[in-house]
Design a protein around this ligand. Structure first.
Ligand code: BG6
Length: 301
């Protein structure tokens, strides 16, 4: 384990050829990670993984060509960390403040198996002042797979901490209309495109041919994305998560988003793991919640 000041990283890990600090887009600091199997890019802004690629595979994550890279703006693509609320909140921005804060880099751990683990902590910020005292750590491990862990502890002695969380993962796909998303058959969902009407998934696979914006509830299972044109299967395994959100903005919404290309909906799908809406978390004083997501992929045989 090594302490993670910028100098330490550059002196020690850079020597190992695994971690480097560079200027990312919009002059935001960025961490480049290289392992024997993969590469990744992570911005302390939002503790945001914007890129993960296994050798001999296309990138796993979609990143919009039109994304903003600025201190007070979320990045469009990669894995936004959504916390402490999901969706709109009256008088406040959508999807919480964690994704627009610059997280503190606490440590990096280049392990003997070739993996690199980086731990971030959400800094104290005015937006958190209405909440009970809490800490939020985000631990990213880059290896053959990409493993993510969001650990929230209620530090208050006498107040419950009620929050939502979500790792809002944008996957890069060959053609959104040609993929099949499985693992949600029989699960009930709120259909945001139909005014939050509650429905039940009836098909083995979800296919995209119009705007999709669904909160699947009370579901802890693994979701897979079958992408035959890219010749790969993506697996989203999770624990500490009771909700899965599936989102593709399709044509009109893409045109309305200023930080998203008009045609980019064809190249992405979000499969998001977290605890939102009725699955929001109520954390008693002193308790900890851990949301873990493992993203892996394999070529189709
Ligand atoms: C999804 C929501 O999780 O995020 C959608 O279900 C929303 O309703 C999408 O449009 C993108 O949100 P934002 O704030 O990043 O534009």
């Amino acid at each position: 384990m090594m302490k993670a000041s910028k100098a330490d990283v550059n002196d020690d890990a850079k020597a190992l050829g695994r971690v480097a600090f560079v200027d990312g887009r919009g002059d935001l600091p960025m961490i480049e990670v290289t392992t024997p199997w993969s590469s990744a890019e992570i911005y302390p802004h939002g503790a945001h993984v914007t890129h993960f690629k296994k050798k001999d595979e296309p990138p796993l994550l979609f990143l919009s060509q039109c994304s903003r890279f600025a201190d007070d703006q979320p990045i469009r693509g990669g894995i936004p960390v959504i916390f402490p609320w999901f969706g709109p909140r009256e008088g406040l921005g959508q999807h919480g403040f964690a994704r627009i804060k610059t997280w503190d880099l606490k440590e990096f751990i280049p392990a003997a198996d070739g993996s690199v683990t980086i731990r971030f902590s959400l800094p104290a910020c005015p937006e958190a002042s209405g909440y009970p005292a809490f800490t939020a750590d985000y631990i990213v491990t880059v290896n053959r797979d990409l493993a993510l862990k969001l650990v929230v502890t209620n530090q208050s002695k006498d107040r419950e901490f009620v929050f939502e969380n979500c790792l809002h993962t944008y996957f890069s796909v060959s053609d959104a209309t040609a993929i099949a998303i499985s693992g949600l058959n029989g699960v009930s969902y709120l259909d945001k495109v139909a005014s939050f009407l509650e429905k039940t998934e009836t098909g083995d696979a979800i296919r995209i041919s119009s705007e999709v914006d669904r909160i699947y509830q009370n579901t802890t299972g693994t979701v897979e994305i079958l992408d035959s044109r890219f010749g790969r299967r993506i697996r989203v395994e999770k624990s500490g998560s009771a909700s899965t959100v599936v989102w593709n903005p399709w044509i009109t919404k893409s045109q309305q988003m200023s930080d998203f290309g008009n045609d980019e909906y064809e190249q992405m799908v979000c499969v998001e793991s977290g605890n939102v809406a009725a699955n929001s978390i109520t954390l008693p004083p002193g308790a900890t919640s851990t949301l873990e997501v493992r993203l892996s992929s394999e070529p189709l045989k």
